[in-house]
Design a protein around this ligand. Structure first.
Ligand code: FES
Length: 292
């Protein structure tokens, strides 16, 4: 069994569909026709994921999530919504939902979101890395970008580029927003984002550090610089420091081989870098002090 899932919706047809889609995928699915019934079930059995409708009589989805959070702050919750108002999404995100499913959703999307959410739970990963990035304001700006390109052919790439400039990266919640806005499938958007290397699904720090590992830099011991940065920041390539100040990338030739080895922080290029200078460079940003 891949995991225990509780689906909560006041429409029986939604419950039945979720069961029919998820059970053959290996999930143990229970259903509840109201939030109240679901809360009682949550007392009785451990669940890996709760998928709940937002609009329900008596107790709506948001109040339901609030009550879940009071008892189990780490429960993974996915919200089923109609076209979501920014207000409800904002509130749902502040309640740390892991994702949302716009109605009507395809079996493929339900399976994908469920799989991801259950995996998160198993790995003990915090469910809401995107909260601070996908705010009401960001969602409104994404709509502006989408509307500007909507009726033009080939609109997906420029929309993704502007969205990445705006948010800094393209988390699943942003990809879904764009898919909905441009009337594309989520997998189509995801396919483009994963295909092009200039799109990233990982958040960047306030200061993005790129270490060149191209040939000229490599022979001048760029690996040691990278190692030093990893030690000081305690992150690996592609990661961000917990305070989101720094992110670390490696690149192949920054076009400044004469300065090798080269490190670029944001738009600042540093040449002839050595491990000692590396620590000093970091101190220029946010007063980060040397460690280790
Ligand atoms: S190899 Fe590093 S800048 Fe060219």
């Amino acid at each position: 069994m891949k995991g225990n899932v509780l689906v909560v919706d006041d429409e029986q047809i939604v419950l039945t569909s979720c069961e029919r889609i998820l059970e053959p995928e290996g999930y143990d699915v229970d259903t509840a026709i109201s939030a109240k019934a679901a809360l009682a079930m949550l007392q009785e059995k451990p669940y890996d994921l709760v998928i709940t409708d937002i609009k329900m009589p008596e107790m709506d989805g948001l109040e339901f999530i609030r009550q879940i959070r009071a008892k189990d702050p780490d429960m993974n919750v996915v919200l089923i919504t109609g076209y979501p108002s920014q207000e409800s999404i904002k509130e749902a995100l502040s309640l740390r939902i892991i994702d949302y499913l716009p109605k009507p959703f395809s079996p493929a999307l339900l399976t994908e979101v469920t799989h991801k959410a259950v995996e998160f739970k198993k790995k003990g990963v915090s469910p809401e890395p995107a909260v601070e990035d996908y705010t009401e304001e960001v969602a409104a700006k994404l709509d502006e970008i989408i509307n500007r390109y909507k009726d033009k052919p080939g609109s997906l790439i420029p929309v993704l580029q502007e969205a990445q400039e705006l948010v800094g990266y393209l988390p699943p919640v942003v990809q879904r927003h764009i898919a909905r806005g441009l009337n594309l499938s989520v997998s189509e958007v995801h396919g483009v984002v994963s295909f092009y290397s200039f799109f990233t699904m990982k958040p960047k720090g306030k200061h993005n550090i790129r270490v060149c590992l191209g040939t000229a830099c490599y022979v001048k011991r760029a690996e040691e610089i990278l190692q030093k940065l990893k030690e000081i920041l305690k992150i690996d390539i592609g990661e961000v420091t917990p305070d989101r100040t720094f992110s670390l990338e490696s690149v192949r030739c920054l076009g400044a081989c004469g300065l090798a080895p080269v490190v670029v922080v944001d738009k600042d290029t540093y040449g002839a870098v050595n491990p000692v200078k590396t620590a000093e460079i970091l101190e220029n940003y946010n007063g980060k002090k040397k460690e280790g």
